[in-house]
Design a protein around this ligand. Structure first.
Ligand code: TYM
Length: 355
């Protein structure tokens, strides 16, 4: 334990909204796996964050179990890491309330992910910057943007700060939230004239944060985009999804500019198959000999090499309720000890003291 205390603290989590996809895997989980031997790692399942989209209670519970089983199946070791469920740590909810007193609604409303989700909730398709007005004007009873969605970054900052995390391995899409976390930490320190919180950073083994693209030709792979390849997908489903990936008519002239959908395929191939394989297909594109069908077959093959063994273990672990519950009971106990220490300090710093 003493040696553990000297290691840098790593903290990250994934929302419990279904199953893990390749974006989660390459953007986050594969980094967790590479970090678990060298750092003091704490990984959790963000079920409180999942509540911001008002999931069905039964599905939420199932999702928490899924993600836990998927963490374990991918190779996260409960002996090396603290693995826990966010809602098992009540200190997080209290600190969320406290930190919210130092967070501005304006800065929250300007967060890119909030604007995105608010647009979705209100069914707005344009990306007008007038979203703030729409939100205020549009609060009918069944079409509202809930306050939890707005304060999502506060809760995420608390997840991180309550552990005094040094590193927060996340994908590119979460970097703005991480920037807010640092801003809130600085603000807290400056308001209370303390250096209590450090400033956590993303961790990418010296590289860039990843954005895993979807196969539908547009932006990133994501659950709400409905374009995911899941770790739990069986072979047939997975092959079908890859073979259906959007492409174009193929290059007509040498060195033709690559279209977005095809660039996405190359990007995914870079991540999964490695640069050598991608270079081969990029060359074939450049000299107009590429056959997208062949490239997709290769990509599917390489994805399956990663996902199929994980899938088998998921199916095995998923049915072992006793084991799953033992892992998170133990994780919660250990995570709560850290969280309680921080909350105690924060209450003290803010002047919440017993009379
Ligand atoms: P979530 O659940 O949306 O995603 C979990 C992790 O997967 C990464 N990710 C991706 N990376 C690359 N390409 C993609 N297409 C892709 N899709 C998802 C995300 O960047 C993330 O690392 N707010 C967080 C959960 C959270 C958290 C935290 C994370 C709550 N508290 C504290 C770190 C620390 C989220 O919604 O992630």
């Amino acid at each position: 334990m003493e040696e553990n205390n000297k290691k840098k603290v790593v903290l990250s989590g994934i929302r419990s909204t279904g199953n893990l996809h390749l974006g989660n895997y390459y953007g986050a989980l594969s980094k967790f796996l590479r970090m678990q031997d060298d750092f003091d790692c704490r990984f959790f399942i963000a079920d409180l964050h999942a509540l911001t989209t008002n999931p069905d209670p039964k599905q939420l519970h199932e999702s928490v179990k899924n993600i836990l089983a998927e963490y374990l199946a991918a190779g996260l070791d409960p002996e090396k890491n603290i693995l826990y469920v966010q809602s098992d740590i009540p200190e997080i909810s209290e600190m969320y309330l406290l930190l919210n007193m130092h967070v501005g609604i304006g800065e929250l409303m300007r967060t890119a992910s909030f604007k995105d989700k608010a647009r979705k909730a209100l069914g707005i398709t344009s990306d007008s910057d007038e979203i703030e007005k729409e939100i205020i004007g549009n609060q009918t009873s069944n079409q509202r943007v809930n306050a939890g969605l707005l304060t999502y970054p506060t809760l995420m900052a608390v997840d991180i700060l309550i552990h005094h995390a040094d590193y927060v391995p996340v994908g590119k899409d979460q970097e703005q939230h991480l920037e807010l976390t640092r801003r809130f930490a600085r603000r807290f320190n400056s308001f209370y004239k303390t250096d209590y919180f450090g400033e956590p950073v993303n961790f990418n083994f010296g590289g860039e944060a990843l954005k895993v693209p979807g196969l539908d030709g547009s932006g990133k792979m994501g659950k709400s985009e409905g374009n995911c390849i899941y770790l739990i997908d069986d072979e047939k489903t997975l092959r079908k999804k890859v073979m259906r990936a959007v492409t174009d008519e193929g290059p007509k002239t040498p060195n033709q500019l690559v279209s977005q959908p095809v660039e996405n395929l190359f990007t995914l191939m870079d991540i999964v198959s490695g640069k050598d394989v991608t270079d081969h297909y990029r060359q074939a594109y450049a000299d107009c000999s590429i056959r997208y069908g062949d490239m997709k077959k290769q990509l599917a093959e390489d994805i399956l090499k990663v996902t199929l063994p994980i899938r088998e273990r998921i199916l095995d672990i998923r049915s072992n309720d006793e084991y799953l519950s033992k892992v998170v009971r133990n994780g919660a106990e250990r995570a709560r000890a850290y969280a309680a220490d921080t909350l105690k300090d924060v209450r003290e710093i803010m002047g919440i003291r017993k009379i």
